[in-house]
Design a protein around this ligand. Structure first.
Ligand code: PLP
Length: 393
């Protein structure tokens, strides 16, 4: 009895407390601003515990707490803080551990808005950013100064899918008392367990796989210690970040099927990636499960699988041809926020967001999200697409 349950089981049950809700299995949607107190004395008492009880809607409700409990369990951390988007999770975690005069090491292939945040916003408040090569590993030590307080990682990287050596980076960081923050959205916390690899703070754009149905904007920060949780919760409260009851409810509902969805995304993505690899129009497939992806060996060591998002480098084609191909896709939508059931395809331009290394500006990239459709239908759609790419349709 009471043996720790396996991940599949915990995904189904974590955060649910029917005993607190008249036996209702899913924690209901609490929509509230006002929480009433029986007496002035209890109101004053509540103020001291406003992060742990129910005090005012912005600080949390039973619906958001149930979600946070389930995500903390998924990520393997101490406790989570839910906020209004993936980007607010990034803002909140960075502002939690940085102040004016501090130095941030930011991975060069970060999600584009994360990069913009450093250059456009953090810089304005006196926080200096140095971008580093995603494959730097332990050599990150050379970039550390006395004022470095945070190393931000994202693995695999946005658009180019390099896998970072998080344990090597974390080991160096901790020798210098530096916090390691990771954007763990790609793995959804399912294929990569950040706290087993030295991460201090893990963020999820739960907008993507965790909610999983392209109908919610939500972000979640998970910490490994109670001290860090306090800091992140306090920062998020200063900033006024909070999550509506309906969004928290939908995200908890998404978690229950995360495993079956991700396994399907994984299988479909690998099927599609293999198809791309065989095509003469394709120069490279950027997918961590394939040997030629930079960091593949680290992926094999640290990850238990791969989700549905990957990149394709095309041989030289005019932009118009590529647009013609994408415009005509029947099953692949043109849009952002991957992580839901549908397949997506967009052109990407890594050279525009990279400052380290030699970026061939002529190279043509597309990004694929493999949805949950039948893979043979997706491949038939791709075959027609490549006819258009080749000017035959
Ligand atoms: C989408 C995304 C975000 C931002 O999430 P939003 O909920 O859209 O703000 C952050 N990081 C990564 C890797 C993402 O793909």
């Amino acid at each position: 009895m009471n043996k720790p349950k396996r991940q599949s089981t915990r995904l189904v049950h974590a955060g649910n407390h029917p005993e607190l809700h008249h036996g209702v299995m899913n924690t209901p949607t609490y929509r509230t601003s006002t929480v009433l107190f029986p007496t002035v004395a209890s109101m004053k008492e509540g103020s001291k515990k406003r992060f742990d009880t129910f005090y005012y809607g912005r600080y949390g409700t039973p619906t958001t707490m149930a979600l946070e409990e389930a995500v903390a369990d998924l990520e393997g951390g101490y406790r989570s803080v839910s906020v209004s988007s993936g980007l607010s999770a990034i803002v909140s975690s960075l502002l939690s551990f940085l102040k004016c005069g501090d130095h941030l090491l930011m991975v060069d292939a970060a999600y584009d808005p994360t990069r913009n945040l450093c250059k456009g916003f953090l810089a304005k408040y006196g926080i200096e950013t140095t971008f580093y090569d995603p494959l730097i590993g332990k050599d990150i030590e050379n970039l550390i100064s006395d004022s470095t307080k945070v190393i931000f990682t994202e693995s695999p990287c946005s658009q180019t899918f390099e896998i970072q050596d998080i344990p090597a980076i974390a080991q160096v960081a901790h020798q210098h008392n530096i916090k390691v923050i990771m954007d763990n959205t790609w793995s959804a916390g399912y294929f990569f367990k950040p706290f087993d690899h030295g991460v201090d703070i893990s963020i999820q754009a739960a907008t993507k796989y965790i909610s999983g149905h392209a109908d919610v904007m939500i972000g979640i920060v998970t910490t490994n210690t109670s001290q860090d949780w306090e800091i992140v919760k306090r920062t998020s409260s200063y900033l006024g970040y909070c999550v509506g009851g309906d969004d928290a409810y939908l995200t908890s509902r998404g978690i229950r099927t995360l495993e079956v969805r991700l396994e399907r995304h994984q299988d479909n993505a690998i099927r599609l990636a293999k198809w791309f690899k065989k095509r003469p129009e394709v120069k490279a497939v950027l997918h961590p499960a394939f040997e030629d992806c930079p960091g593949h060996e680290i992926w094999k060591r640290d990850f238990s699988g791969a989700s549905g998002l990957f990149g394709v480098v095309l041989n030289r084609f005019e932009d118009e041809r590529i647009s013609h191909m994408i415009d005509g896709m029947e099953l692949f939508g043109i849009g952002f926020s991957w992580g839901a059931f549908e397949s997506l395809m967009i052109p990407t331009y890594p050279s525009k967001i990279r400052s380290i290394g030699d970026w061939n500006t002529d190279q043509k990239y597309i990004r694929i999200h493999a949805g949950q459709e039948d893979p043979d239908d997706l491949i038939a759609d791709l075959e027609n697409g490549f006819e258009r790419l080749n000017g035959k349709a």
